[in-house]
Design a binder for this molecule. Structure first.
Ligand code: FMN
Length: 209
C-alpha cells in the first residue's frame, strides 16, 4: 500500500471492537511517530497521556458526550498542550540540542536567550493557542502511523476540556487536554466503514498562481 491507500483506508471510526487490544510493539511505533513530529522551534511543548485502563476510559466517556469510541477503543491518546513556557523548558531544549548535535552548549546560548526573550513574556492565552495548534501535527503523525499498521483511529475534539483537565489533574502541570485520539480496531458492525469519503474536488481546494 502507498501513502494514499493508507489515507483512503482510514476513517473516523465510530464503533470499535472493545475486545481487541493493540500490541505493545505497535504502541511503541505510534509513540515514536509522535515523538518525531515537528514542533515550533523544536520545543515539543506537549505531553501525551495514554489511557488503557477500562474504568478510566469509561469515566472519560462521560466527559466526551458519551461517545462510545472513548470507552471501546483499545487506547486513548490524550494530547495535552503546555499553557505556559518556563525557562527550564528552553534550557533543557538547548541542552538536548547541544548533546544531540554535539555542539558546545556555549554556542547555543544565544539561541536560548532569543527563545527566552521571544516566549517567556507571552500570556498564557497566546502560549496555549500556539501550543494547541501544534498538537494537531502530532495527531496527524499518530493517524498516519496507525493506518500504516492497520490500526483504526478516531480523532476527537468532542469533549469537555475542563472536566478532562480536572480528571487528569494536569492544571498543576500547566497542561490542558487539547485533542484526543481513540485507537483500536473497527467493529464489524461499524457501518460508517462502508461510507464513501466526502471530500471537495481537488480543483476546489488548490489554486495555482
Ligand atoms: C480535529 C478533529 C476532531 C474530530 N472530532 C470528532 C469527534 O469528537 N467525534 C467523532 O466521531 N469524530 C470526530 N472527528 C472526525 C471527523 O468528523 C471526520 O474525520 C470527518 O468527517 C472526515 O471523515 P473521515 O475521517 O472518516 O474520512 C474529528 C476530526 C478531526 C480532524
Amino acid at each position: 500500500m502507498d501513502i494514499i491507500d493508507y489515507y483512503k483506508w482510514r476513517y473516523a471510526t465510530k464503533k470499535f471492537n472493545p475486545h481487541k487490544k493493540i500490541p505493545i510493539s505497535d504502541i511503541e511505533i505510534i509513540k515514536e511517530s509522535i515523538r518525531l513530529a515537528p514542533t515550533s522551534y523544536g520545543l515539543q511543548l506537549f505531553k501525551v497521556i495514554i489511557i488503557e485502563n477500562q474504568l478510566k476510559k469509561e469515566a472519560l466517556r462521560k466527559f466526551s458526550y458519551n461517545q462510545s469510541q472513548v470507552s471501546d477503543a483499545s487506547h486513548l491518546f490524550i494530547f495535552c498542550n503546555s499553557t505556559k513556557v518556563f525557562e527550564k523548558d528552553i534550557d533543557s531544549y538547548i541542552e538536548n540540542k547541544s548533546l544531540s548535535q554535539e555542539i558546545p552548549i556555549e554556542k547555543n546560548k544565544g539561541y536560548g536567550d532569543f527563545l527566552k526573550k521571544t516566549l517567556l513574556n507571552k500570556s498564557s492565552k497566546e502560549i496555549s493557542e500556539w501550543t494547541k495548534n501544534q498538537l494537531y501535527i502530532a495527531l496527524t503523525h499518530l493517524m498516519t502511523a496507525c493506518a500504516s499498521l492497520k490500526i483504526d483511529s478516531c480523532p476527537i475534539e468532542g469533549f469537555d476540556t475542563s472536566k478532562y483537565n480536572d480528571f487528569l489533574d494536569i492544571d498543576k502541570k500547566s497542561l490542558s487536554a487539547g485533542v484526543v485520539a481513540a485507537i483500536g480496531y473497527r467493529s464489524e458492525t461499524d457501518n460508517s466503514q462502508y461510507d464513501k469519503k466526502v471530500r471537495k474536488a481537488t480543483k476546489d481546494i488548490f489554486e495555482i498562481d
